[in-house]
Design a protein around this ligand. Structure first.
Ligand SMILES: [Zn+2]
Length: 381
């Protein structure tokens, strides 16, 4: 007996497999014979050949690799076969309109496929860049300030251990800083905020350098190096306001929710993927963080600008300290490239004022323009 159904000779084709007779759950290994006319025969007492079952009438399931396929013979009887190649040949011969011979089907399949890919991409990136920030904002605002308090935890203790040194500023300068900070808090209105703000002054060492941070609970950290860069109180106050802006807008909390959400989104899209795909996972996270950070910086800038105008502080002070900072960061980078482990530590620093957000012209322009108006009002009150 030949198994080659391409052969035009009128010979029956045998399909090996298991017959389920409908009365017992155990199958019987046997052959299903397809006659040249398409008529099906199975040598089993339970198979009723008089029903004249035709292969053409059988609904053959689509092939899934090499898994066995179940062919429904009638309401209760089935034939299971792993002889997928022979089954495909039979399909080709008897089902003239089978899907792989039907260009329309291919076309629609390709269209569906493309549509699905586009839809997934839109949902993914839309979710990543618009959905997550939006929803994390809502969640962060619903959470009580104690969530921010809990998040800050002993972060400062850890930072002190790994990043910071004790401040070497003299007591007068430190007291002056505290006074500037208290002055701002009073003007901002202590009663209107959910957070208890505390100023901390630390030595930034080489890793942190001139910088400022905000922890989610309202701990604001200034480094000696940053304070030494400034020549005017208003410069320090502009950065204090920017950092307070990060806290008021709950950026650390939102960032955390967004990162967790991005993780969920990736799992939804790629399933449980192996360690080999970590790079694939890391890439959007990097893109994402760059994007989120820019948004957060803008929000903190806007907060600072609004408060500066409110407290009659010239917005140009923000620009001047920014420029000094960028200059100092460049000088440090050129002279002293960070060691790899230092870079790692620096990456973990919370709400880094400058590491990845240099004073872009657009960022400064906002303050320059506001300053021009501020000066005008000052000279023509
Ligand atoms: Zn910032």
């Amino acid at each position: 007996m030949t198994n080659n159904p391409n052969q035009p000779a009128a010979k029956p084709t045998a399909l090996s497999g298991v017959f389920y007779d409908g009365s017992s759950s155990a199958g019987t290994p046997c052959e299903l014979i397809v006659q040249p006319s398409g008529k099906i025969e199975i040598e089993h007492p339970a198979f009723d050949a008089s029903q004249n079952r035709m292969f053409q009438d059988i609904d053959v399931p689509s092939r899934m690799g090499n898994t066995a396929r179940m062919l429904p013979l009638n309401a209760s009887q089935w034939f299971e076969t792993s002889d997928n190649d022979t089954l495909d040949q039979l399909e080709k011969r008897f089902h003239k309109t089978s899907w792989y011979f039907n260009p329309y089907h291919w076309e629609t399949k390709a269209r569906y496929w493309l549509f699905s890919v586009v839809l997934i991409l839109v949902m993914f990136f839309g979710g990543l860049f618009y959905g997550l920030p939006w929803i994390s904002d809502i969640i962060a605002k619903q959470l009580s300030p104690s969530a921010s308090e809990a998040m800050a935890g002993d972060v400062l203790v850890q930072l002190d251990r790994f990043l910071f040194a004790n401040s070497t500023l003299d007591a007068d300068r430190q007291a002056k800083m505290q006074q500037l900070f208290d002055d701002l808090l009073e003007k901002n209105g202590v009663a209107t905020t959910d957070f208890s703000y505390t100023l901390h002054i630390r030595g930034g060492k080489k890793t942190v350098g001139a910088n400022a941070f905000a922890l989610p609970n309202g701990d604001i950290i200034f480094t000696d190096e940053l304070i030494r860069l400034s020549d005017d109180d208003c410069e320090i106050q502009s950065i204090m306001l920017h950092e307070i802006g990060h806290v008021e807008h709950r950026h650390a909390l939102r960032q955390t929710i967004q990162t967790a959400g991005a993780g969920l989104l990736m799992t939804w899209l790629f399933g449980d993927i192996e360690a080999a795909s970590e790079l694939l996972l890391a890439l959007p996270a990097v893109l994402l963080n760059a994007n989120y950070s820019r948004d957060f910086e803008n929000e903190a800038d806007d907060y600072a600008l609004e408060k500066m105008l409110q407290h009659r502080i010239d917005p140009i002070c923000f620009v001047t300290i920014m420029e000094k900072l960028v200059h100092s960061v460049r000088t440090v980078r050129r002279e002293e490239p960070l060691a790899e482990d230092q870079e790692d530590t620096a990456d973990e620093a919370p709400m880094d004022f400058f590491s990845s957000h240099p004073a872009t012209p657009t960022r400064n322009q906002k303050f320059r323009r506001a300053s021009a108006t501020f000066q005008q009002h000052k000279s023509n009150p």
